[in-house]
Design a binder for this molecule. Structure first.
Ligand code: SF4
Length: 734
């Protein structure tokens, strides 16, 4: 007798007629999965698969990576340069020389008329590292504006700032392999299964083998929280209070690693004085976690042989984002959990190459974590690039979030946006719209011509995307991987590197500064500039990186010459005494007094608005909104809302409701769930003209990152559901 499947038709995997597989690293998140794209006999990309021998993903891909080959011929790609006199006029197609001349002339006109810094440049975490490096050289060495930043300010600025404050430099010290050694893991505001599915798989596999406890700090019952041994549903924006309370217990009970503290840190007495104020009873009233849980988790963390902390946007996107990172580092340092297998503080990065821009773009300073504020760093880079050292500013200019305020006030008149879409991604859309309308000149360089921000451009430059280009990317664990061209950019679109180099020719008429044409050559130039730096890559080249399926930095020439196997590179930072990047080699323990400066729920707006991402979508849906297999999972803007709040407001499952904040309103579908408490709704931020109509986005004072996750709203029932459905449909358009 036949049972089950044997009676049915066998599962068949559609034959895509792949004749060749081509290698790249995934272009969505910072996990850094190695991917192969299958081409059919016509050379068309028809399939994607994970690379089995790549250490990061070991053959797996998530829902986005599986369909990544569909990006190449997705709708809305820009295929020809365009220009217009005013942003609200129709586009006129043009040729590259005319478009690039216009951009050059407008940059110089604005700088001559209003000053060098009146033109701003904002890039992305989506380009390849050699492109970032070239843009940095062009901006810092030739154009000369100091108002130059990346959209990584919206996701990683607090991690960067916190690492710099604690350790003297940016650079995540841990790696994925730490999951295989840790005895306890705390995840702060990080929902790995949805945001970084393949890191989650690595973590889960390690946990199943060794059974370490997982503690999740998150106001929402996320997918990760559902899998936690202990879930701490913290009051939004109060992580610093919980961290101080953990340290209070650890120090009161003498559980700290005093030998490590004495040998490796400064500031212990000041930290001790501050955390003395955060006894569990007092802290519990602010952060919403009961005293016993605070004591229990603090004791378990301090007594674990090796304890690991990870975090993502739940920490970074807060008015206390940078402090939250420093708090995580403080906890790690007082328990000796840095630089040892399984003992680390690891920021899980956002975009695929957010790390590349942190390392090489010169946005926050100069290449390879050099600082404009350090005269020797300015001198070194000026000499290397053959530019006048006096041309470099003495300190960093505005960050992205401040640039828009400066446009609003008339201080900045022109803007070059590269692979970023602030009209979708910045908080308080109405305010950003007004700022964009004020620009005298805006150029948008993007692979898509139909982004919301391109509506305000005077010039549009069509760029290649992901594996239409060649270069490297760095992932969360400092692993550099190669991307090779799989397809050509469509029509007249060009790789970003080509665009920067043609622009450089216009600012570099005497040819004083060299701009190599090809990514492998640029990598060799970067390699020279990396010698002796934290991110030393002198042992690497494109070929070795590709053959190794990624190498973690640092990997030095000495390591390579000594025969140390390349696939490993530098697993961990700060493994030795006196290794931190402050002058005396010690890390700083920094006291963190808590001042509650968020917008909080009140009588008029009684509900927290928490925003975040879903597994099937990527950021503003510029890419995934056009890939049917991703978009169809959740095409409609919705909120998670507690069933008790629904009952109180008379709202049924699937009804449209109006969310109202002090900024504006949005129409979304209600999905009742116990994942959120009664005083909170969760709204995915992907949809155009939706979440960011509502967000306030107060800024962190250190990192200038917006607090996307702490706004106040009210929920209103809508009686005319037909009209609400039409309004919501508007938001589904890209
Ligand atoms: Fe790409 Fe990230 Fe998914 Fe890996 S986890 S396939 S890097 S989106």
């Amino acid at each position: 007798m036949l049972f089950g499947r044997s009676k049915k038709n066998p599962v068949k995997i559609a034959d895509k007629s792949v004749v060749e597989w081509k290698y790249a690293a995934c272009g969505y998140c910072s996990t850094g999965c190695s991917i192969e794209v299958g081409l059919n006999a016509e050379g068309r990309a028809v399939s994607s698969r994970g690379v089995a021998e790549a250490d990061v993903n070991r053959g797996k891909l998530c829902l986005k990576g599986i369909f990544e080959h569909e990006l190449f011929d997705s709708a809305g790609r820009g295929v020809v340069p365009k220009m217009r006199e005013y942003w609200h006029e129709d586009w006129q197609e043009t040729d590259w020389d005319t478009a690039l001349d216009k951009v050059h002339d407008e940059i110089r006109r604005i700088q001559d008329q209003y000053g060098r810094d009146s033109f701003a440049i904002i890039s992305t975490g989506q380009m390849l590292t050699e492109e970032f490096y070239t843009l940095g050289k062009l901006t810092r060495g030739l154009i000369g504006t100091n108002n130059y930043d990346g959209n990584t300010t919206l996701c990683m600025a607090s991690a960067v700032s916190g690492y710099k404050r604690s350790f003297g430099s940016d650079g995540p010290p841990g790696c994925y392999e730490d999951f295989e050694h840790t005895d306890l893991l705390i995840a702060w505001g990080s929902n790995l299964p949805e945001q970084h599915p393949i890191i989650y798989w690595r973590m889960k596999e390690a946990q199943e083998k060794r059974g370490f406890p997982l503690i999740v700090v998150d106001p929402r019952v996320t997918m990760l929280a559902q899998n936690a041994d202990i879930h701490l549903p913290i009051t939004p924006g109060t992580d610093v209070v919980l961290q101080n309370a953990f340290m209070h217990v650890i120090l009161k009970e003498g559980l700290q690693d005093q030998a490590y503290i004495d040998a490796n840190t400064n500031g212990f007495e000041e930290l001790k004085d501050e955390v003395e104020k955060y006894d569990p009873a007092t802290a519990a009233k602010i952060c919403g976690i009961d005293e016993d849980s605070i004591r229990h988790v603090a004791r378990r963390f301090a007594s674990a042989g090796a304890a690991m902390q990870i975090w993502t946007m739940g920490i970074n996107q807060s008015t206390h984002g940078s402090d939250g990172v420093v708090g995580i580092n403080n906890l790690a340092l007082i328990t000796g959990n840095i630089g040892k297998p399984g003992g680390t503080s690891l920021s899980i990065t956002g975009q695929c190459n957010a790390m590349g821009t942190r390392e090489w773009s010169s946005c926050s300073g100069l290449p390879n974590y050099r600082m404009l504020e350090v005269p020797e760093h300015r001198q070194e880079v000026a000499k290397f690039w053959n530019v006048d050292v006096e041309f470099f500013p003495g300190k960093r200019g505005m960050l992205q979030t401040d640039i828009y305020h400066a446009i609003e006030s008339g201080q900045i008149k022109g803007l070059w946006l590269i692979a970023t879409n602030p009209m979708s991604s910045l908080p308080n859309t109405a305010r950003i719209r007004k700022a964009m309308e004020k620009l005298e000149f805006c150029v948008v360089q993007d692979c898509y011509v139909d982004t919301e921000s391109a509506q305000y451009a005077h010039v549009y430059l069509p760029a290649g995307t992901w594996a239409e280009k060649e270069g490297v990317m760095t992932n969360t664990e400092r692993r550099i991987s190669v991307v090779k061209p799989i397809a050509a950019p469509p029509g007249q679109a060009k790789p970003d590197l080509w665009i920067f180099n043609r622009m450089a020719e216009r600012f570099n008429k005497d040819g004083k500064v060299s701009f190599p044409e090809r990514a492998p050559e640029i990598f060799l130039e970067m390699r020279e500039l990396s010698a002796g730096r934290l991110a030393d890559i002198t042992g690497m080249d494109h070929e070795l990186i590709e053959n190794s399926r990624g190498i973690q930095w640092p990997y030095t020439k000495e390591q390579k010459d000594s025969g140390e196997p390349p696939p490993r590179g530098g697993k961990r930072l700060y493994t030795e005494t006196a290794a931190f990047r402050y002058a005396d080699g010690k890390a700083k323990l920094i006291p963190l007094p808590f001042i509650d400066n968020n917008e909080v729920p009140d009588g008029q707006y009684p509900v927290w608005l928490n925003t975040g991402r879903l597994i099937e979508h990527w950021h503003g849906r510029t890419k995934t909104g056009k890939i049917g297999n991703n978009n169809k999972y959740s095409p409609i803007p919705f909120i998670e809302i507690n069933p008790d709040l629904c009952a109180e407001l008379g709202i049924q499952r699937g009804e449209y409701v109006r969310l109202v904040s002090r900024r504006s309103d949005a129409i979304v579908m209600a999905q009742p769930t116990g994942r959120v408490p009664k005083n909170m709704v969760f709204l995915p931020f992907h949809f155009h003209d939706c979440a960011n109509r509502l967000t306030l986005g107060l800024l962190d004072p250190h990192s200038r990152q917006p607090a996307y996750k702490q706004s106040a709203v009210r929920v209103e029932k809508i009686t005319d559901q037909k009209e609400a459905a039409c309004l919501s449909m508007e938001m589904r358009k890209f």
